[in-house]
Ligand binder design. Structure first.
Ligand SMILES: CCCC(=O)SCCNC(=O)CCNC(=O)[C@H](O)C(C)(C)COP(=O)(O)OP(=O)(O)OC[C@H]1O[C@@H](n2cnc3c(N)ncnc32)[C@H](O)[C@@H]1OP(=O)(O)O
Length: 320
């Protein structure tokens, strides 16, 4: 205690932490209420100041940008509340370059701030979803895959946690990292042309975009092992049979429209209600029971008795 007071006497408390999601360094200074030496400077009492030194994160972004090719494009429709992210590198079957990983992060950032959104479709350009990591990028970063892996874990986790109901719309190939991306959405819709393969084993690697962690949660341990250890490329029937896919769309040209119609059926509520439902489900999945119930209560309180709830209740006059 004496030691702490003597520290307070001359300086605020200081600690250095690492933000686990970004690996950024956080330097925190805490000015204690009872700091003896701070009595003459009460305006600092109880304040915490945090500096985020994002050198690691921005360095990774800078490095990934050096591997060009393609783009990942975001289109937001404020009328329907449905956004579309398109993986766009058709000359390489929508392989995802370093630059496209950064594009994806920027799309996710923009969606995190899109308060009018309800749903998201993740799709690929020209009848293919994504053939995985761009082998050009992969070749160039053979000596340091760890940074890419860390970055893509961060991006796909944020994609998964968006307060939007998300759908991966798969036409053609979803291979390697492309197959991993579909696990970062809530639902998976595929066309009869779809071929899904966690083919990493053929390149003597494991998943690098967080795919195994999510796949185990989605289809279970044994099926995940079967899929990953064989590198099998699944057709629609098999993908549906193992529980990876929610719906097989018709074999026609209007895949995106079909996907939007399906998604809108699952976004029946207002923007607020839809986002509350998604956040309640995330809490149920990620938190322990008590913490999830607390979150559910908080979210429930945010919609109970609001204008839309009151209007819906008043329509039910027959039951009053
Ligand atoms: C942590 C993530 C790690 C990973 O993602 S590992 C998985 C990496 N992905 C792969 O190994 C898939 C490689 N691609 C393929 O197997 C085939 O291209 C694929 C997707 C089945 C399509 O086959 P086809 O329809 O016969 O088309 P194709 O082979 O002629 O390809 C057309 C052009 O696209 C290129 N391409 C396809 N996938 C690519 C990739 N991942 N990276 C870089 N280039 C890629 C391919 O080289 C070809 O280019 P070009 O026309 O010969 O100049």
């Amino acid at each position: 205690m004496m030691f702490r007071k003597s520290v307070y006497l001359f300086s605020p408390l200081m600690d250095l932490k690492i933000d686990r999601s970004t690996e950024d360094f956080l330097l925190r200074l805490y000015y204690p209420y009872d700091g003896v030496g701070l009595k003459r400077r009460p305006k600092y009492h109880g304040l915490t100041k945090t500096w985020q030194c994002s050198c690691t994160y921005s360095k990774i972004i800078e490095q990934l940008r050096q591997h060009p090719g393609g783009s990942v494009d975001l289109l937001k429709d404020n009328n329907t509340g449905i956004a579309t992210i398109t993986i766009n590198n058709p000359e390489k079957k929508n392989a995802i370059s370093g630059k496209m990983m950064v594009d994806l992060e920027e799309c996710v950032s923009e969606l995190e701030n899109w308060v009018d959104g309800k749903g998201l479709i993740l799709t690929g350009k020209d009848k293919t979803f994504c053939s995985g990591g761009d082998l050009g990028t992969v070749r160039n970063i053979l000596s340091n895959g760890d940074d890419m892996c860390k970055f893509m874990h961060h991006v796909t986790t944020r994609l998964y946690n968006l307060p939007l109901i998300s759908v991966a719309l798969v036409d053609g190939y979803a291979l390697g990292g492309g197959a991993e991306l579909i696990t970062a959405c809530d639902f998976r819709l595929i066309t009869p042309r779809a071929k899904i393969g966690f083919i990493h084993v053929k390149l003597n690697i494991g998943t690098g975009f967080g795919g195994t962690t999510r796949l185990v949660q989605q289809i279970g341990r044994i099926k995940t092992l079967q899929v990953l250890s064989s590198g099998m490329v699944m057709n629609t029937d098999l993908a549906k049979k193992i529980g990876l896919v929610d719906e097989i769309l018709d074999n026609n040209e209007n895949t995106l429209e079909q996907g939007k119609t399906w998604l809108l059926e699952h976004c029946k509520g207002s923007v607020t209600t839809t986002r509350v439902i998604k956040q309640m489900v995330l809490a149920g999945e990620k938190l322990d029971t008590d913490a999830s119930l607390l979150e559910e209560r908080k979210l429930f309180k945010s919609v109970w008795g609001n204008k839309l709830h009151a209007a819906a209740v008043s329509k039910k006059s027959k039951h009053s």
